[in-house]
Design a protein around this ligand. Structure first.
Ligand SMILES: [Zn+2]
Length: 215
């Protein structure tokens, strides 16, 4: 089973990818993990990506695509994969499509997790992290016992810059402009499955299984 997950930041793609792995044994391949792995192993493309990442810059399409395709050739993915965070643009999707074709593979479905933008803003801007031990809370869904204080170490919680509402809106605008057109792209190929991403993760996963004909 070869899948790709679409959805804005905060849609819960990582959670669903983990559930897909637990139920069907298809490894999650998140772009962040793949990138960090390529950099750590010092592959040719990893060496190109490393300075960009440490400068906080975007890794260009051709490097990103190369790194993902390297990963897809590794033996643990021979039975399938769940792409999380890739493709992010139409050119990436086209590169992925032709590389899979050359390898005699194809995507079986593209799952788009739909969450209203204001819900995303609330989910992400509700995050609070502990700078000391990395614990993550959400003031709406998973609040600490005492407001603003880490349960683990009793240190003060902070809101990361990236999680501030105006930053979240910027990320959503980028998603809308660059990634959302992939819905129409994959719909035309008959691969798109739209899933309601509001509600408990178990219910969302049940919908995904139904959409895949695996319930
Ligand atoms: Zn803490």
């Amino acid at each position: 089973m070869n899948l790709a997950l679409l959805g804005p930041p905060g849609a819960g793609k990582g959670t669903q990818a983990k559930k897909l792995f637990e139920e069907f044994g298809v490894p999650q391949t998140s772009t962040g993990d793949i990138l960090r792995d390529a950099v750590r192993r010092g592959t040719e493309l990893g060496k190109k990506a490393a300075p960009l990442m440490s400068a906080g810059k975007l890794v260009p399409d051709e490097v990103m695509v190369g790194i993902v395709l390297d990963r897809l050739r590794q033996p643990d993915l021979s039975r399938g994969f769940v792409l999380d965070g890739f493709p992010r643009t139409i050119p990436q999707a086209e590169a992925l499509g032709s590389a899979l074709e050359r390898a005699g593979k194809k995507l079986d479905a593209v799952i788009s997790i739909q969450v209203p933008e204001e819900t995303v803003v609330e989910r992400i801007s509700g995050r609070r992290t502990c700078p000391r031990d990395g614990s993550v809370y959400n003031i709406y869904q998973n609040p600490p016992k005492r407001s603003g204080i880490c349960d683990q170490c009793h240190g003060e919680l902070v809101q990361r810059d990236d999680d501030k509402p105006e930053k979240v809106r910027e990320r959503l605008a980028v998603y809308r402009a660059q990634t959302l057109p992939l819905e129409a792209y994959y719909d035309k190929q008959g691969l798109l499955r739209r899933i309601n991403g509001v509600g408990p993760p178990e219910g969302i996963f049940a919908e995904i299984k139904t959409a895949l004909g695996r319930s």
